[in-house]
Design a protein. Structure first.
Length: 250
């Protein structure tokens, strides 16, 4: 099993209870104690888990360091693919849509099936995926200041461009959801997504369960104002506790 696959598998084992014993990882993945130690150390370095004697638990409070777009690709990839496929079913011929930054949104860009679309994004990896399609799409990459971590374009140039646009649907993700608060690492990135959401008739939040219960620096939107949250089955009970939040579980 490749390292990226092992890390993803460990995060899945952590999901239900928020903690896992090293012995359980060894048994489930058929790997050595030394391999488990190295993998848990890697996840701890990424700020995803906190190790304790004999295992590890999820870091579920404040995100100490934002992961890069490339680093995030290995986390919960299978769940993100399911979420992206469900979201793609909401996109129809003739739609004008906004796609925000994030690895889940990049996966959505790969599986869109509609033939006639107008698509605006402020994320370079998302734009690159869209540009690989041989379909009758009009693609727009917003200008602005490039954030190296997320490879998205933000700031006054991007925001002013969005102010003159309207969308039928916007698809965004985030770094953390706590209560009704949708959060990301910088005010600038959140501001750009907030404008796009406010300019959209329908607003979709694509988020895997690892973001639930976390906190990040900037609150940029409320779950009350999102049309639908598309997430994986681990967090069904969480959303059942929140009022006025429509959820699509995959």
């Amino acid at each position: 099993m490749l390292k990226t696959d092992r890390l993803q598998a460990i995060m899945l084992l952590l999901g239900p209870k928020g903690r896992v014993q090293s012995s359980e990882v060894m048994e489930k993945l058929a790997v050595s104690d030394m391999t488990v130690r190295r993998d848990l150390a890697e996840l701890e370095k990424q700020g995803l888990v906190e190790r304790f004697h004999g295992g590890a638990k999820l870091q579920n409070f404040y995100l100490q360091e934002e992961l890069s777009h490339i680093d995030k690709k290995i986390i919960h990839h299978e769940q993100k693919e399911r979420i992206a496929r469900r979201a793609s079913e909401l996109i129809n011929d003739g739609d004008t849509i906004f796609l925000g930054p994030g690895t889940t949104i990049e996966l959505l860009a790969q599986c869109i099936q509609a033939d006639f679309l107008r698509i605006v994004t402020n994320c370079r990896p998302v734009f690159d995926q869209l540009n690989k399609h041989k379909k009758n799409w009009k693609l727009y990459l917003l200008g602005g200041e490039l954030r190296e971590k997320t490879q998205c374009l933000v700031g006054e140039i991007a925001d002013q461009s969005l102010e003159s646009m309207y969308f039928q649907k916007a698809f965004v993700s985030c770094n953390a959801v706590n209560g009704q608060k949708i959060m990301t690492s910088t005010f600038e990135e959140g501001q750009t997504q907030q404008i796009a959401l406010n300019k959209s008739d329908a607003r979709y939040l694509l988020i895997d369960h690892s973001k639930i219960g976390k906190r990040d620096f900037s609150v940029y939107y409320s779950l009350r104002d999102v049309t639908t949250v598309i997430t994986d089955e681990h967090e069904q009970k969480y959303y059942e506790k929140l009022e006025n939040v429509e959820t699509s579980i995959v």
